[in-house]
Design a protein around this ligand. Structure first.
Ligand SMILES: NC(=O)c1ccc[n+]([C@@H]2O[C@H](COP(=O)([O-])OP(=O)(O)OC[C@H]3O[C@@H](n4cnc5c(N)ncnc54)[C@H](OP(=O)(O)O)[C@@H]3O)[C@@H](O)[C@H]2O)c1
Length: 309
């Protein structure tokens, strides 16, 4: 057996590993009667996550940037409801929260999946760096707005990334505008560190309840996420494809595993990769930083609540 096959065939304590697919990790799991909300359900990993959760019986709320995209995603599934949500526009996120609440369906699985990566130049929304604002603040407003709609044993799954380790200076709470020394990958890493720490602090807040929150690294998968990448990086990706990339079926596995596997009923506050618990960076394990980020995020969210009312 080649070294490559050996690495790809490796399985961890869960019995799953790099090559496991979302269908593999959910085999035999019955999600009938459950409601799952997936952001970015129209593309890449979110689309596959939604497909497999639906395959196992869940009613999926397909959340996408526009109603057209959300409807198209819903139409591909047996039981689904489309929800429009532009994550970088707080009023759109608030409207999505209101729509979900109005459905009156307790949410059992909330997958904060949508995201953008490595914008080559600094882009901002309301003065905040756009990856931070979209990937983290959008999901912060959505999730905190839906806390009362979560079922008693709800699981929140937040898509982070191994890339959180690129946040070499941590969150930089004094640089949320991104204006100080903008670097595309560090800014992406910072947003993914925020996603990770959001799950850490949410898990702490869920302690004593039946709810859980965890973060995942899905692997490296060639999806639309790479649309902003330099062609040379895309070429490198393609050239090294066989070594470390997964396909979308494998890329959605860790999210689906954490969202539904019975062995994780009481597992919370962890970071997963290849459907196993993994080790996050020092910043990613910093409980105080997670609290500080929550406080800063709450203050940002509040500004937009005031504007809306
Ligand atoms: N692929 C990887 O190698 C990899 C590695 C580590 C982590 N991840 C994480 O996995 C998640 C899914 O990525 P993917 O690879 O599946 O990428 P993708 O195919 O580009 O999907 C991203 C999804 O996010 C949505 N989205 C982007 N900006 C949005 C906004 N402002 N409002 C609402 N929705 C928005 C996209 O909508 P549109 O289609 O309308 O743009 C799309 O549905 C991301 O959080 C990413 O950081 C991916």
């Amino acid at each position: 057996m080649s070294l490559l096959a050996l690495i790809k065939g490796t399985r961890g304590a869960s019995g799953f590993g790099f090559a496991s697919t979302a269908e593999d990790v959910t085999a035999g799991i019955d999600l009938s009667g459950k409601v799952a909300l997936v952001t970015g359900a129209n593309s890449g990993l979110g689309k596959e996550t939604a497909r497999v959760l639906a395959l196992r019986g869940a009613h999926v709320l397909t959340v996408a940037r526009s109603m057209d995209k959300a409807v198209a995603a819903a139409e591909a599934l047996p039981k689904a409801t489309p929800i429009a949500c532009e994550l970088s526009e707080p009023s759109s996120v608030q409207a999505a929260v209101a729509s979900v609440r109005a459905l009156g369906m307790p949410i059992d699985i909330l997958v904060c999946n949508a995201g953008i990566m490595a914008l080559p130049k600094l882009e901002q929304k309301y003065g905040y760096e756009l990856q931070f604002f979209t990937n983290h603040i959008g999901h912060f407003i959505l999730t905190t707005g839906l806390l009362e709609s979560l079922s008693e044993e709800a699981r929140v799954v937040v898509l982070s990334s191994y890339g959180h380790k690129l946040a070499s200076k941590g969150i930089e709470l004094d640089n949320l505008s991104g204006e100080a020394n903008y670097a595309a990958w560090r800014a992406y890493g910072r947003s993914k560190l925020c996603n990770l720490l959001f799950a850490v602090e949410l898990a702490r807040r869920f302690e004593g309840t039946g709810r859980t929150a965890n973060a995942v690294h899905p692997g490296v998968i060639r999806t639309n996420l790479g649309r902003h990448m330099h062609p040379a990086v895309n070429f490198m990706y393609a050239a090294t494809d066989v070594f470390f990339t997964k396909n979308e079926a494998q890329g959605a596995a860790t999210s689906c595993f954490v969202a539904s596997h019975p062995s994780l009923r009481a597992v919370s506050g962890n970071y997963f990769a290849d459907s196993n618990v993994a080790r996050a960076s020092g910043y990613g394990r910093d409980a105080q930083l997670a609290k500080d980020l929550w406080q800063a995020s709450e203050a940002i969210a509040k500004k937009f609540e005031t504007k809306a009312s």
